[in-house]
Design a protein around this ligand. Sequence first.
Ligand code: ADP
Ligand code: MG
Length: 328
Amino acid sequence: MYKPFVLIGLMLFSLVSFSQQNYKRTLKLMGSRFDITVVTNSEEKGNEYINQAISEISRIEKVISSWDPNSETSQINKNAGIQPVKVSKELYNLIERALAISKLTNGAFDISYASMDKIWKFDGSMKKMPSEDDIKSSVAKVGYQNIILDKEHQTVFLKLKGMKIGFGAIGKGYAADRAKKLLINKGVKAGIINASGDLNTWGKQANGEDWMVAITNPLNKKKAFSWLPVYNSAVVTSGNYEKFVRFNGVRYSHIIDPRTGYPSTGIISVTIFTSKAELADAISTSIFVMGVETGLDFINQLKGVECIIVDESNKVHTSKNIQLENYK
Ligand code: ADP
Ligand code: MG
C-alpha cells in the first residue's frame, strides 16, 4: 500500500530538484571581468541574487579603489605623512589582515607596493628600464612596517610622505568572498563568483555535480592541463600573461618585489587552492615574489593551502598534496 506514496514522493522530489538551474551573468566590475553564477529555481530569483552580488562588489570597489578620489583608500593615501585617517571597520580589518599576510610572507606581499606604480608600467607604454636611482627612491616609500594602525580610534596612518596603498593583489579575492557570503546568507545554496580567475564556489551545480575548474596551459590557453573539482573553496590564479615587460632578454612581471623595487621574474603563473579567495589572492601574488623554490617551501608549510606554479620554461611545479594527472 505504501509503495505508490513513495513513488509519488520521489517524483515530486525530482521535479523540485530538476527545476534548479545554474544562472550566470558576466560583467565588468573593479576593472575586471566577473562571472557570477547562482543555482536557484527561477530566472527571476537568479537575476535578483546576481544583482545583489553585483551591488555588494560595487560597494566594496568604492571603499578600496585607489582611483576614485573619494574612496576611503584615497583619503588614507592623500594623508600619507600628514595624519591618521579614520576609516570604516571593514577597511580597517582588511588592512589589518593584509599586514598579517605581509608578516607571514616576510614582506613579499605588501599593499604599500603602490608607490612603485609610478615607475613600472605594464601596459606597453614603458620603453626603457627605469634607472637604479629611480627604483631606489620609489622603493624607499614601500614598507608595511610604516602602515600604522590604531585599533582604538580605528585609524590608518601611512608614516611617509608619498607612501600609497593599493589592493590590486587582494581586492578581487576579498570581493569574491564577500559576495559568496552575502548570497549564502540570502539562502542561495550554490554558486560561483569568478573574478577574472579568482574564484570561489559553494554547493554543487544544479545537476548535482561538483563545480569544476580548468587548469590551463599558459602557452596554449585553449588547452586545459586538467580539470579539478572545487567544493566550497577558492581557486585563484595570478599571472596575467599580457602584463609584463621585457628588457635585455629578461621578462619582468607586473608583480613587484617590495623589498627591492624590481618586478618578479621566473614565474608565469601561480594557482592557489584554499578556503578563502582573499588569502589565495594575496598568497598567489606573494609566490611570484618568492620564486619557485621558496614559494613551494612556503606553501608546503601552510595547512590547507596548495599550489600549482608554472615557471618561465613552462615547467609545472605542484605542492605536496596536488596530483595533476594527464597534463602536458
Ligand atoms: P592579477 O590580478 O593581475 O592576476 P594579482 O592578484 O597577483 O594578479 O595582483 C597583481 C597586482 O597586485 C598588481 O597589478 C599590483 O596592483 C599589485 N601588486 C604588485 N606587486 C605587489 C606586491 N608585492 N604585494 C602586493 N600587491 C602587489
Ligand atoms: Mg593576487
